[in-house]
Design a binder for this molecule. Structure first.
Ligand code: SF4
Ligand code: SF4
Length: 70
């Protein structure tokens, strides 16, 4: 499985902008907290293949959490 989108979850502040902008609606929020005390965003391994590498999530993220691969 090749990951198309990777989240540096330790930097996420759970603003959910990426969740709302993703055209495939595959970004979800974890139940667990990161070290900053926020619920980080992620894309599950099963949903990675649905990612179209549009990078809208990465452009929207104010904390540079997301890296997108083509
Ligand atoms: S690159 Fe596009 S399709 Fe993939 S997770 Fe980000 S917004 Fe969604
Ligand atoms: S836009 Fe960035 S900081 Fe906001 S929830 Fe998504 S990954 Fe986290």
């Amino acid at each position: 499985m090749v990951k198309r989108v990777v989240f540096k979850e330790e930097h996420c502040k759970s603003c959910e902008l990426c969740v709302w902008v993703c055209p495939k609606q595959i970004i979800r929020i974890r139940d667990e907290l990161n070290a900053l005390g926020y619920h980080p965003a992620f894309v599950s391994n099963d949903d990675q293949e649905q990612c179209i590498s549009c990078a809208m999530c990465a452009r929207m993220c104010p904390d540079a959490v997301i890296e997108v691969f083509k």
